[in-house]
Design a protein around this ligand. Structure first.
Ligand SMILES: Nc1ncnc2c1ncn2[C@@H]1O[C@H](COP(=O)(O)OP(=O)(O)OP(=O)(O)O)[C@@H](O)[C@H]1O
Ligand SMILES: [Mg+2]
Length: 363
């Protein structure tokens, strides 16, 4: 799939953006703090319903404005979809697909598939488990409406169970009613666990191959799913932790505590990896993600590359571009560097300055 055009008004510092994109490579260059990442962010938000940089939607609206609009046309085979994003400060954001407002993010997923490579990717390896759960959830939601629905239901039930746990502290007789939530939590939770297990197993297989190639056969990458509970013991764990859960007023076990472990040559990358190693692991993971999305949906996602070239050595830059050469690419950099000139043909080049974009040329 590819994006045909993007327009944006009042999204962060962007104004009067109205761009026709190339089906191949699109390069946005300019000095720091001009709006390059903001352009990628418009695409990511329209694809996933949320930003990769903030959970607070109102931050996406210009400091001096009260609302922002983004419109993206994307093409899949003979089908063209229009995504409209509208955010008003202090209100919930609105997204419409082909003019029809969506009520849940599950209705949006799949319309515009994206994979982003960004400086924040390091967080996938380095940060706490919630970042890795978020990663699994974002990827699985893009590929499966069922997963997205199960995830929403799971968190809804979890919230209700937690609120009941707090009420039980005051009124112990309510304890008898908890099984209603436990049954539902177990039903949705088991589906999340098995979907995540399946996804990480595929991710592990593909990323290991990518990683081996990137590192010149030097490193063996393993990605392992660490579920907090397994499908067959979730029920008994809920039962056995009930007293503790009531005491703390929160559900202590379940997929909301899952994690993933990345190891290189059997060493935990989070604890022992060098910065370059951690970056390469996140690169291999993202590359694997592209293949999985294509295998699962039959569509190639749009690849967003935010300033990644400055962090990679020449052979890794070459490998990255070679791996994604058949996808639409939107990339940002501070200068149209030599490497870009060297490896990229037929790109559209856009210059970004102070929230405005000027189309330069095709190279
Ligand atoms: N809500 C907002 N309203 C107005 N400006 C904003 C808002 N949020 C961010 N900005 C500004 O947008 C500018 C551009 O940000 P962006 O992250 O796109 O820069 P960039 O061109 O990618 O720079 P770099 O090369 O440093 O990554 C920054 O100066 C930032 O302060
Ligand atoms: Mg940037």
């Amino acid at each position: 799939m590819y994006i045909e055009s993007i327009s944006a008004e009042g999204f962060r510092n962007l104004y009067g953006i109205d761009l026709k994109l190339n089906k191949g490579i699109n390069i946005f260059y300019g000095n720091n703090a001009q709006g390059k990442t903001n352009i990628l962010e418009t695409v990511y938000v329209c694809g996933t319903g949320r930003s990769h940089r903030t959970r607070i939607d109102s931050r996406l609206v210009n400091f001096n404005g009260s609302e922002c609009h983004v419109r993206i046309f994307c093409v899949k085979g003979s089908r063209k979809d229009r995504i409209d994003l509208h955010i008003k400060k202090d209100e919930r954001k609105g997204i419409a697909v082909n003019g029809i407002p969506i009520k849940k993010s599950s209705e949006l997923f799949g319309t515009l598939l994206t994979v982003i490579f960004s400086p924040e990717d390091l967080g996938l390896v380095k940060d706490g488990p919630s970042e890795r759960r978020r990663f699994m959830d974002m990827e699985l939601c893009q590929m499966s409406n069922v997963y997205c629905y199960d995830l929403q239901q799971y968190y809804k039930v979890l919230k209700q169970r937690n609120s009941l746990l707090k009420n039980i502290q005051k009124n112990p007789s309510l304890k008898e009613t908890i099984f209603v939530w436990d049954n539902q939590l177990e039903e949705y939770g088991k589906r999340l666990i098995s979907a995540r297990r399946n996804f990480i197993s595929k991710l592990n297989d593909i990323s290991a191959i990518k990683h081996k190639k990137i590192t010149g056969e030097g490193e063996i990458l393993k990605i392992e799913y660490k579920p907090d509970c397994k499908e067959d013991n979730f029920h008994s764990k809920l039962l056995s932790s009930i007293e503790r859960d009531i005491m703390y007023g929160t559900t202590s076990q379940g997929p909301h505590k899952d994690d993933i472990i990345f190891t290189v040559n059997d060493c935990d990358v989070k604890l022992f990896g060098s910065q370059g190693q951690q970056r390469t692991v996140s690169l291999s993971t993202r590359l694997a993600e592209i293949d999985i999305i294509e295998n699962e949906t039959g569509e190639k996602p749009v690849v967003l590359l935010d300033d990644v070239f400055s962090e990679l050595d020449e052979s890794r830059q070459k490998f990255l571009l070679e791996s994604i050469k058949d996808t639409q690419i939107i990339l940002t950099c501070t200068g149209v560097e030599d490497v870009v000139k060297k490896y990229i043909k037929n790109a559209s080049i856009f210059y970004v300055e102070n929230g405005k974009v000027i189309k330069k040329t095709c190279v």
